[in-house]
Write a protein that binds this ligand. Structure first.
Ligand SMILES: *Cc1c(COP(=O)(O)O)cnc(C)c1O
Length: 449
């Protein structure tokens, strides 16, 4: 082990040696402001030099505890051994041939793994792309080609990406859509079962929300015009919303009864993040198509659409693809990431993270009225912040807590339609001592409000 390498060898300790951001980061930030488009934001402008395990190190020598994993990407850790080994070997062999020109085994092997790991024992096929948004766009293309229908139903608080079609599919205006229209047509939005904010309370939420969503489809769209129903089984950017029990099975059943392709967007929730391979497994949901990205390849850009063979084959040859889709280095990295997930049993690690974090978050919610709700599964957890004594969203308090955490060397991310959710997405390989220490920093942030 060398103290100069990143990845698993990076010392696993929180260390704050300057202001955050420190002087070197501020210098780089000035260069960045001059050279990088203003539309590209950063949660915390500390410039990264190394990362690994549960730590991100910056140019000033600060070491932050990582509760973000680069937005649920480095679940296996940064520069995980098997990812580096396989991707480096592939880099030395060839970097690109274009699968649409001369194919290679790594792509096929990733598709084989996806067929094994995704829910359901039916015949499955996959197509690989670069980003989550691209996977979602292709899932819609495939569903339309299969059904010969056009409409796509999505949900309140849903997030599916930033390209033109996926902006239309995404619920939230600011910052994702504002000033970027016009958006793609034939997209319809239904209510989602958000237990904390359901008017008649959480018990009736699943059933009532499903009935309302189906009524919307029937009245405004028509099942016979609907190609796909697209939903995140655990909503990410919308605020880590777990749809109330019964909602997803009812929607999936409605899709099945009406020949509508049911698409689970597991780009954030997939690959061990919630303590199982995919979040939809919780209620026994078997989606027709599933989109994956983020955690799939240990930090390299890769995404996939996986689903029933007959649906996946509906698009004509040459109709799907892209120059870089399923790049060989990214495929090698994915095989290394999947190997790591098996070897370290990262599903069990995610459940252990929940076991450690949830009780402490709940205790915090007992103590501070500003925490209205504690939710999530595995290592995809969140607290929703409100004005004490109400359910009114409090984005200002949320931002203040995040800022206090950052200053003390804990990297947390906020999210949610109302900007009032603090989400926790630690790498699944984070040490338990760092996890506990991170929670103590969070407690300190609330105490200092
Ligand atoms: C991040 C995300 C996307 C978009 O993925 P990109 O790789 O950023 O294009 C789509 N759906 C969900 C659920 C996501 O969390």
């Amino acid at each position: 082990m060398t103290a100069t390498a990143g990845g698993p060898s990076l010392p696993q300790e929180r260390r704050v040696v300057t202001d955050i951001p420190g002087p070197r980061s501020r210098e780089l930030q000035a260069r960045r402001t001059a050279a990088v488009a203003g539309g590209v934001g950063s949660v915390l402008p500390v410039f990264t030099t190394r990362a690994g395990g549960g730590v991100v190190e910056d140019v000033d020598g600060n070491r932050l505890i990582d509760f973000g994993s680069g937005i649920a990407v480095t679940s296996v850790g940064n520069s995980a051994e098997a990812v580096v080994r396989r991707a480096s070997a592939q880099l030395a062999e060839f970097t690109h041939s274009c699968f649409m020109v001369t194919p290679y085994e790594g792509y096929v092997e990733v598709c084989e793994r996806l067929a094994e790991l995704t829910p359901g024992d039916h015949a499955k096929k996959s197509a690989l792309f670069n980003s989550g948004a691209e996977a979602v766009e292709n899932a819609v293309k495939i569903a339309r080609a299969y059904t010969r229908r056009q409409a796509v139903v999505v949900f309140d608080h849903g997030y599916h990406g930033r390209t033109n079609l996926t902006m239309a599919l995404t619920a939230k205006n600011m910052p994702y859509k504002h000033s970027f229209g016009p958006f793609a047509p034939e997209v319809y939005r239904a209510p989602v079962a958000y237990p904390y904010r359901w008017p008649t309370g959480p018990e009736r939420c699943g059933e009532e929300a499903a009935a309302q969503a189906i009524d919307m489809i029937e009245k405004q769209v028509g099942a016979e015009n609907t190609a796909a129903i697209l939903i995140e089984p655990l909503l990410g950017e919308g605020g880590f919303i777990e749809p109330a029990k019964g909602f997803l099975p009812r929607i999936a059943e409605y899709a099945r009864e009406n020949g509508i392709v049911f698409v689970a967007d597991e780009i954030q929730s997939g690959f061990c993040r919630t303590g199982q391979w995919f979040a939809c497994e919780d209620e026994g949901i078997v989606p027709d198509l599933i989109t994956t990205a983020k955690g799939i390849a240990g930090g390299l850009p890769l995404s996939a659409v996986t689903g029933r063979a007959e649906i996946m084959d509906a698009a004509h040859s040459g109709g799907l693809g892209g120059t870089y889709g399923g790049n060989p280095v990214a495929c090698a990295a994915a095989l290394g990431a999947i190997e790591t997930m098996h070897e370290l049993d990262l599903n069990a690690r995610a459940r252990r993270i929940e076991e450690i974090m949830k009780p402490r978050l709940r205790a915090l919610a007992e103590k501070y009225e500003a925490i209205g709700d504690v939710r999530g599964r595995g290592a995809m957890l969140a607290v929703e912040i409100v004005r004490p004594g109400t359910t009114e969203p409090a984005p200002d308090i949320t931002a203040a807590v995040a800022k206090a955490c950052h200053a003390e060397g804990l990297l947390v991310l906020t999210t949610g339609t109302y900007g009032n959710v603090i989400r926790f997405l630690p790498p699944l390989v984070i040490g338990e001592d760092l996890l506990e220490e991170g929670l103590s920093v969070l407690e300190g942030a609330f105490a200092g409000l």
